[in-house]
Design a protein around this ligand. Structure first.
Ligand code: GTP
Ligand code: GTP
Length: 394
């Protein structure tokens, strides 16, 4: 198969993080989001992956260069739009890389799931489908494209962002298409798969939905980024027990050795560190690959669902759960962080509380004793007083 990853959006809903980094490079579990997709696709033996971008800055360029140097088997080819072409337009633009007989995976760069790509592909081929969408049931489908399939998976209706409830099976942003789809997309023109192409195919009875997987989430808004990290950690922990799945197991082992510390492994791996610091770990806590690239003071309780980036320093008596602390953050003593994201290089004081879907951008300073509740803070800001209500600090 071939593959294209859609990575040209603005990521405006994931501000303030996306003020400082393109959305595909914001780290989830200490790895750029995009790397999760690249790895999943690479495992299928895909040789070339097209990365469809519209704003291709230096950071993304450097990332791709490094990725290509480090990976002998798969090459990322950048396809750059002069102006945003939507979700279908970029596929047409990359036609020269995609045409032929091979089925093509089209994957959004901001979602995380189990990536059951092999099963999706098998189903697609069996049905001789033009488009096969990986579907997933969610509780609140209004932000997504809702799919209504028949028993065979043949899609009867596709409703993008429905205003009223039509169903809760949604488009995950992972699809596989037959190359004949290329003929349906206009050249050099903004075109949406969801609004223009899929509805057309529904009428022609050649779009299918395939369902598999225990979790999926769109990481595009802060609350879901925070929930997504939790779901993904749980998933990694659960699949580790499943010896049958070899590929996942490899990923797991790598994580377990270096990254995930859970109830059992903590005793073996960081006993020494725990004794020295008498800190406690609860449930899933992910720390950087390199030992000693983070510091945890005495008497902290971390977890469940904590990710610490490299060079994070945490003082004494801190309590952190359901949160991601990105690289190079410093946290003082007796500080509480719950359900939040702390941006790269931020400096958090003593006796601070950061709670309830707060997101701090790059290099934010929070002074001692401040309480932040559901607050988004733009990069380089300094916060001196408590903020109790849902607020954006520009
Ligand atoms: P928001 O600005 O927060 O809405 O984010 P977004 O622009 O990324 O939009 P959305 O989450 O709806 O995009 C879904 C996927 O399509 C993401 O992986 C985007 O990177 C990608 N995408 C959206 N628009 C374009 C586009 O014009 N060109 C390309 N190449 N990709 C796009
Ligand atoms: P258990 O089911 O007891 O393991 O707890 P849980 O927290 O994993 O799941 P729960 O059903 O309590 O879900 C909590 C919230 O997360 C609900 O609003 C669910 O809709 C949502 N949720 C759970 N799993 C997923 C998922 O895989 N994707 C998405 N998008 N939402 C999910």
């Amino acid at each position: 198969p071939k593959a294209l990853i859609l990575a040209g959006g603005f990521g405006s809903r994931l501000r303030p993080l996306t003020f400082s980094k393109p959305k595909p490079l914001v780290e989830l579990l200490n790895k750029p989001m995009l790397l999760h997709q690249l790895e999943a696709i690479s495992k299928l033996g895909v040789k070339k992956i097209v990365l469809a971008v519209s704003n291709f800055g230096e950071t993304l360029q450097t990332f791709i260069k490094q990725f290509n140097q480090q990976n002998g088997t798969v090459e990322v080819i950048v396809s750059k739009e002069d102006y945003p072409l939507g979700t279908a337009g970029p596929i047409k633009l990359a036609e020269k890389h995609l045409k032929g007989d091979d089925p093509i995976f089209i994957v959004n760069s901001d979602i995380i799931c189990e990536f059951p790509l092999k099963e999706l592909l098998d189903f697609h081929i069996k049905k001789q489908s033009t488009v096969t969408i990986l579907g997933f049931k969610v509780e609140n489908p209004s932000r997504y494209g809702v799919i209504i399939p028949d028993k065979e998976g043949l899609v009867q209706r596709f409703v993008e962002k429905p205003q009223t409830f039509v169903g809760n099976l949604i488009n995950t942003g992972v699809v596989v298409v037959n190359p004949r789809l290329l003929e349906l997309i206009p050249e050099n023109k903004f075109c949406s798969l969801e609004r223009e192409i899929y509805p057309k195919l529904v009428g022609q009875q050649c779009i299918y939905c395939f369902q598999k997987g225990s979790f999926w989430i769109d990481l595009g808004i802060p609350a879901d980024y925070i929930l997504g990290a939790q779901l993904y950690m749980n998933y990694l922990r659960n699949t580790n027990k499943d010896e049958r799945n070899e590929t996942l197991n490899k990923l797991q082992q790598k994580f377990l050795k270096s990254n995930i510390i859970e109830n059992e492994t903590i005793e073996k791996e960081t006993q020494q560190q725990q004794q020295q610091s008498n800190s406690k770990i609860i449930g899933n806590v992910i720390v950087p690959q390199k030992e000693n690239s983070f510091k945890i003071g005495k008497g902290c309780i971390l977890g469940p669902n904590v990710v610490l980036g490299s060079n994070v320093t945490i003082g004494e008596g801190c309590r952190i759960f359901n949160s991601t602390i990105l690289e190079n953050v410093t946290i003082g003593n007796h500080t509480l962080i719950e359900g939040s994201v702390v941006g790269w290089k931020s400096k958090i004081g003593n006796w601070v509380q950061i709670r309830n879907n707060s997101v701090l951008g790059l290099d934010v300073t929070v002074r001692d004793n401040c309480i932040l509740n559901s607050v988004s803070i733009c990069p380089n800001k300094s916060i001196n007083t408590s903020i109790w209500e849902k607020t954006v600090i520009l």
